[in-house]
Ligand binder design. Structure first.
Ligand code: SF4
Length: 281
């Protein structure tokens, strides 16, 4: 059995930055550190952070004092205001790429455009962008959701950073048909795009493709979808225990890629287990 690992698999710079801010603060240990929801979409890393003292809370009412680390997805303005009022220190780990989307959305709103956000309405990153984009902004998942809610002829477009490029482009070409004036910011994350591209190329070459990542991770879900279009034997896993023996039956080449919240040690662990436990089955 041959196991090929995508070179761009694993942590992106936004996740690395959030983790290093959190671990540094936990090491200093001067005050309790909180995060609103899991810091990243990886259960093993989240468990380790909790073991080192990070407290995960659901809402701001659960924090009275200490410090709050903002996730790479960003947080609504109300969180920053409440933290300031309560004198809670903020460690802002909002990814600079995500911050740019917020700034563009705000700029478009101020310039009088109706802002269209291409992305997943339920994703925390998109919820924050919506806040900056204003009340008459709308979120569409893809071109099929372009609807009567577009009320203005001047529209401004941004995308959730982890959207696949093809989805962004096809939605844009439909929007061009209805807008009199359109202003577009390409807000796609280049590191995610590079990961998608490399993983799809790998999926074409192998007999089975394994995509490692948390089940709640948007970029991992897109990665799995894109790889599956090229290789129907594509499976998303969180750990080596999720691998089912029949998936590998008679397969010679296994490809591995991973979402942006997956640590390198986990990728390596799965690669080693494939070679030691499953090879020859
Ligand atoms: S995937 Fe891209 S935009 Fe999202 S946190 Fe990582 S580097 Fe930032």
């Amino acid at each position: 059995m041959e196991v090929l690992v995508a070179q761009k698999a694993g942590f992106c710079y936004g996740v690395k930055r959030a983790l290093s801010l959190a671990y540094e603060a936990l090491k200093e240990g001067q005050e309790p550190l909180y995060s609103l929801g899991p810091l990243i979409h990886n259960p093993q890393v989240v468990k380790d952070l909790e073991g080192n003292g990070l407290k995960i809370i659901e809402d701001m009412s659960q924090i009275k004092k200490g410090a709050l680390v903002i996730r790479s997805h960003g947080a609504p303005a109300s969180v920053f205001t409440e933290a300031q009022n309560k004198k809670i220190n903020i460690l802002d780990a909002t990814c600079p790429t995500v911050k740019k989307v917020q700034e563009y959305a705000e700029f478009l709103r101020e310039e009088g455009y109706q802002v269209i956000i291409i992305g997943d309405k339920e994703h925390p990153e998109v919820k924050v962008i919506e806040e900056y984009a204003g009340k008459n902004s709308i979120v569409i998942r893809d071109k099929t959701e372009i609807s009567q809610h577009i009320i203005q002829e001047r529209i401004g477009v941004v995308a959730q950073t982890t959207q696949p490029g093809a989805n962004f482009l096809s939605a844009l070409s439909e929007l061009l048909k209805i807008a009199k004036e359109i202003k577009v910011f390409n807000t796609l994350c280049t590191s995610t795009e590079a990961r998608y591209k490399e993983s799809v190329e790998l999926a074409r070459k192998v007999d089975v493709m394994l995509v490692i990542g948390g089940r709640a991770s948007a970029n991992t879900a897109h990665l799995t979808h894109l790889c599956r279009q090229e290789q129907p034997h594509t499976f998303q896993i969180e750990a080596a225990d999720d691998i089912e023996i029949p998936w590998l039956d008679g397969k010679k080449t296994i490809g591995i890629t991973a979402g942006a919240s997956t640590p390198y040690w986990l990728i390596e662990d799965i690669r080693e287990k494939l070679l030691s436990k499953f090879d020859g089955q």
